[in-house]
Design a protein around this ligand. Structure first.
Ligand code: SF4
Ligand code: SF4
Length: 318
């Protein structure tokens, strides 16, 4: 038994659940990783046959461009929604094949979208942990090891550090592009549901900005956006021409709207008041609809239908 087997054995003792494949220790980038995946391993494609893959906004951008789909089409065809936390923060996962657990992109040769495969696929068998200490403003990357008995890559002799493995997989580039979103998630988790807009509205906005970039682009050029915000034409043109810039703008925009952070885009004079009036009118309308509906339910509960025994006649009023 070599030093790495010893390392796994000790980590396994600390595992939170008896069969959990995730080793609970937080590892640094310079931790040695004994692992290699290649076409001749006996377990080729086993990992892609039973997926549970969370997608980041940058994953979606890369995949939908590769497949020539709009973000909306990609979301419908290739993802399933889930909730990231107990406050209902929306997330999306890769959808498996109809009636099965395998990835839609798996082919006998391996991954059919390899150059644009998601972050989680690049990392496996390492898991990325994004953590922030209470006295720090930015997150720091930490890692955990996923060791599943079905993955025989751990038995290969090759060793590299986790950072070298990340570089080789192109994961470092994905981490860089995903930094704004990771920080937003951490901020949302630490803020909880009581801060910002009502959760449903904020979650819808969060979903659109994070995952549905084509709809967000349409929103940025819409009258609704432009009557509220004062965005220079040059900035708007730049955002419309570059999806990655639009994505980064989206994260900053969410921080402004949800948490009142630095203004990335100025509100026009009177926009706040106009929005407050609009929300008030919406709230009044919802209240009126609720009350009308409640009265109707009460009537139906106590009165027999018109013409039936027990009909008190109130149905005639319609
Ligand atoms: S995207 Fe590619 S690497 Fe990831 S699970 Fe699907 S087939 Fe496997
Ligand atoms: S070695 Fe692991 S990662 Fe590679 S194909 Fe096998 S199960 Fe998948």
């Amino acid at each position: 038994m070599d030093q790495y087997d010893d390392q796994f054995k000790n980590l396994a003792k600390d595992a939170p659940f008896e069969h959990s494949p995730v080793m609970p220790n937080m590892l640094d980038g310079d931790t040695p990783l004994k692992f290699r995946c290649h076409k001749d391993v006996k377990c080729w494609n086993v990992c892609c046959g039973n997926i549970d893959i969370t997608l980041t906004p940058y994953d979606i951008l890369r995949l939908k461009n590769r497949l020539g789909l709009s973000s909306g089409e990609f979301l419908k065809k290739h993802t399933v929604p889930y909730e990231i936390d107990k406050d209902g923060t929306p997330g999306v996962k890769l959808r498996a094949v109809e009636g099965g657990t395998a990835c839609q992109f798996m082919v006998p040769e391996g991954c059919s979208v390899y150059e644009d495969r998601p972050t989680a696929c690049r990392y496996y068998p390492v898991a990325l942990l994004s953590v922030r200490r209470s006295d720090e403003y930015t997150d720091r990357l930490s890692f955990a090891l996923v060791q599943e008995a079905t993955c025989l890559g751990h038995q290969e002799p090759d060793t590299q550090t986790i950072d070298q493995y990340r570089q080789g997989q192109g994961a470092a580039e994905y981490d860089e592009k995903g930094r704004g979103w990771r920080q937003l998630i951490l901020k949302k988790k630490s803020a909880g549901p009581a801060i910002g807009k009502p959760p449903i509205i904020s979650n819808q906005l969060f979903f659109m900005v994070s995952y549905d970039i084509d709809r967000f682009r349409a929103f940025v050029v819409s009258d609704a956006f432009n009557t509220t915000y004062d965005m220079p034409v040059e900035t708007l043109a730049e955002l419309l021409a570059d999806d990655e810039k639009l994505m980064d703008f989206g994260y900053a925009f969410l921080r402004q709207v949800l948490f009142g952070e630095d203004k990335i885009v100025l509100e026009k004079d009177g926009a706040y008041e106009a929005r407050t009036e609009r929300l008030k009118a919406q709230a009044e309308q919802i209240k009126a609809e609720f009350l009308a509906n409640r009265d109707k339910i009460e009537d139906e509960k106590y009165c027999a239908p018109p013409g039936q025994p027990g009909d008190c006649g109130c149905g005639d009023k319609d």
